[in-house]
Write a protein that binds this ligand. Structure first.
Ligand code: ARG
Length: 464
């Protein structure tokens, strides 16, 4: 019998019962559901809405259910409608009439919003910790590779020399913004909706702030209709996760390239690569491809949430039950991807000699050759054109800017002197780019120091 069976003359059709039930996925929130109910029951007793003896019985009963679910002594009954109904049903079976008083001045509409926010807050913290670990590994690798000159690319064509540290720190910037975004999401979802009840609040003298405080919220939501129908916190977290996945996916794509035989910039540890069932020589970066692939499904989850909400009138509608599978899938996916990516990067072998060899091809220092002329008074456009002609000559004669003899340079312009070869040396090209954010070891060292300070501040905000 359903708890709401009073106005019905028939049992719910069993197929429809299954269709309607969310227990198969919302049971993961049983801790939050029970903690929320304990806080609610405490408030009901404190405000004199139910007798204190009943509050005491309810709390004891709920604690028993929690430990029995934790130990496995109590199993979920998947014919129940949802986690909220299941817990209340078991409570009433166990403690009788007092259990029936728990739902006073509450609705499942504010209850589900409360449980979901509590669950997402906890998950946001776990994701934050995982992103943080990844960031630590990236920074450690950057510190080891301040002098590892490598080609920087645009259009995946060799462009200008950078270092592996500089390249990695670009990802550190992305993941640091992700930490900031997670903190933001957490702060905005940190308001308790409990007490909004079905949609219009209650006439009982409840104390919403007391409940919020007990459950560790910063405050209470300010409109009961919004309190039960807001799912922005799911969308925001899903969006933050989509961006984390996008960053992981871009990094994954680079790892795929870097460990190909054409690049050979890194080698993955055997524990983090896979073989082929037919080609004995293969060592495949499957982890990175899976991360890239799973990014699509996390983006799908975000679109699911936005689409579910877009036409909904206020306040609660059952469509909203669809929020959980989407956001839970995003959460589980990003956690598993971060858990795979971090040790994979931590254990990879970097091959600076191959990076440098790749940087020595492709006229990567052509801009520096043009800058050499500009610094000696030639207007940049003219210097650019002249260098282009030199590159063409090199291509025709199978030489590079480093191996083309000075006499040839001087046929183009007598401004060229012996010091040109220092100016276009790869190390000089990198070392001279000392601008804030540039690849020079001194600039990247400063960038790392700034990042370490920023992370300390992010962690302080994260302590909530
Ligand atoms: N299982 C529901 C959900 O996840 C709980 C709220 C149900 N409220 C209602 N009036 N049917 O959204």
């Amino acid at each position: 019998m359903k708890m709401w069976s009073g106005r019905f003359t028939k049992e719910l059709d069993s197929t429809i019962n299954d269709f309607n039930s969310s227990l198969s996925f919302d049971h993961v929130m049983y801790h939050e559901d029970i903690q929320g109910s304990i806080a609610h029951a405490t408030m009901l007793g404190k405000c004199g809405i139910i007798p204190q003896e009943d509050t005491d019985k309810i709390i004891e009963g709920l604690k028993g259910i929690l430990s029995d679910l934790d130990s496995g002594a109590l199993q979920f009954d998947f014919t129940a409608e949802d986690i909220h109904m299941f817990v209340e049903q078991v409570l009433t079976e166990r403690i009788g009439d007092a259990g029936k008083r728990l739902h006073t001045a509450r609705s499942r509409n504010d209850q589900v919003a409360l449980d979901t926010k509590m669950y997402l807050k906890k998950q946001t913290d776990l994701i934050y910790d995982e992103v943080h670990k990844l960031l630590d590994v990236i920074i450690a690798k950057a510190k080891e590779n301040l002098y590892s000159v490598m080609p920087g690319y645009t259009h995946l064509q060799v462009a200008q020399p950078v270092t592996f540290a500089h390249h990695l720190m670009a990802y550190a910037q992305m993941f640091a913004r992700d930490l900031d975004r997670l903190n933001d999401c957490y702060d905005r979802m940190n308001y308790s909706p409990l007490g909004s009840c079905a949609l219009a609040g209650t006439s009982y003298p409840t104390d919403r702030e007391f409940v919020a405080q007990q459950l560790g919220f910063a405050g209470v939501t300010q409109n009961s209709m919004d309190g039960v129908s807001d799912r922005d916190y799911c969308v925001e977290l899903a969006a933050a996760i989509s961006l984390i996945m996008t960053h992981l996916s871009r990094l994954s794509e680079e790892v795929v390239l870097w460990c190909s035989s054409e690049f050979k910039f890194i080698e993955l540890d055997d524990a983090f690569a896979t073989g082929s069932s037919i080609m004995p020589q293969k060592k495949n970066p499957d982890i990175t491809e899976l991360i890239r692939g799973k990014t699509g499904r996390v983006n799908g989850d975000l679109v699911t949430l936005l689409t579910m909400l877009k036409g909904l009138p206020l306040a609660y509608n059952k469509d909203m039950q669809e929020d959980k599978e989407a956001i839970f899938d995003s959460i589980e996916t990003v956690k598993v991807c971060l858990g795979a990516c971090t040790p994979m990067l931590d254990t990879m072998t970097v091959k600076p000699e191959n990076m440098r060899a790749a940087a020595a091809k492709g006229f990567i220092n052509a801009t520096d050759c043009a800058d050499y002329l500009t610094k000696k008074g030639v207007p940049f456009r003219e210097a650019y054109k002249l260098t282009g002609q030199l590159v063409r000559l090199c291509i025709e004669s199978g030489l590079t800017l480093e191996t083309l003899p000075l006499e040839k340079y001087r046929e183009f312009s007598d401004i060229f002197e012996e010091d040109l070869f220092t100016a276009i040396d790869l190390q000089t090209c990198v070392d001279q780019r000392k601008v804030i954010g540039g690849p020079a070891p001194v600039a990247v060292t400063a960038q790392i120091a700034e990042m370490e300070q920023r992370i300390i501040k992010l962690d302080e905000n994260h302590k909530h």
